[in-house]
Write a protein that binds this ligand. Sequence first.
Ligand code: ZN
Length: 395
Amino acid sequence: MGVTRRLYLMLLICSVVAAQERFERLMRDILIFDAHIDTPRYIVDEGYRLADEHGYYELDIPRMKKGKLGAVLFGIYAQPSDYSAAQWLPRALECLEALHREVAANRKEMELAYTAADVERLHRTGKLAALASLEGGHLIGDSLAILRLFHRLGVRYLTLAHFETNNYADSMTGTEVHNGLSRQGRELVREMNRIGMMVDVSHISDQAVLDAVEESRAPVIASHSSVKAIAPIVRNMPDEVIRAIAKKGGVVCINFHAGYLDKAAYDVYIANRPARDREIKEALSLRSHDPARWEAVRAIQKKYFEKMPKVETGALLKHIDHVVKLAGADHVAMGSDYDGISGMTPAGMEDVSKYPLLVKRMIEMGYSDSDIRKIMGLNLVRVMRASEQIAEKQP
Ligand SMILES: [Zn+2]
């Protein structure tokens, strides 16, 4: 072996060892904070317990520990396609109560967090932080009093609209009624600022995001949105909207849904969705008293997921890297949408135990330790704190 080649090999080994050391050092105390995970509905519907390790779904406490996931904003929702208007508020309250109950049942390991300082304190003491969020303005019954009550119960952001347009905002997948935010929507944003609740602009139309950014005194978040420039599908965000969120100091939390990360996977998903949903409906109606019904649903979801082209973790990193290059490392975070994406995760990122892989890959991509820490959690803490700081002291 020539001297040059030997030198090259030595340098290579040194850089691999240095990268591994960096990875281990980061993993010792990094705060990983995910902005959107939908587990509470499983607690209500299936008696899912966070303490047990499961071979299905994407979050439980044992897997959180494996993945060093320190803080989660749990999503609570009731889609108008699944629930009548009279059920929206009770369903949201049931899911919130279930989250409170599960956290209390695991109080040695997990605590409800109400502030950015709570998240930091719990992280320092090695406890998991659970926070609540509400997906869709329709869930507050057009009542700012109910919004304030949800805030007292721990809800730390409200997504202005979900898949359907409501009285506050046009949804990007709904009909355009307000050309962005309605007057009532602007009033809602001001009230959220006043009480210190984060404004979430995922799901709403591009114009509605721009209106929310303009109206809000605090930075806004997109709790689970991917990038349209990489995967041109309706649910993703275009560059000009991402730039506007960043300019206001906000953060775009990337959604891990394989179909949102990759257009080819999305096309197969959309083409098969009606058949999949029909099969699921049938399975649920046939087995209404059988606890195995959810197992049947998961099998159907898996069957259809396997028809989609495989999406690798690299696709997820491309979305992250795009926002970093477009807007800077201060404006991207994680909003996996785990337990809300019917198991359609990228290969390698199957559940919350896999976050360390993202850290490893970001080191390989040349990201600094400080940028990795921001992307994996600190950006979200910063925006949460900014929302708290502009809030009025009186409730
Ligand atoms: Zn969503």
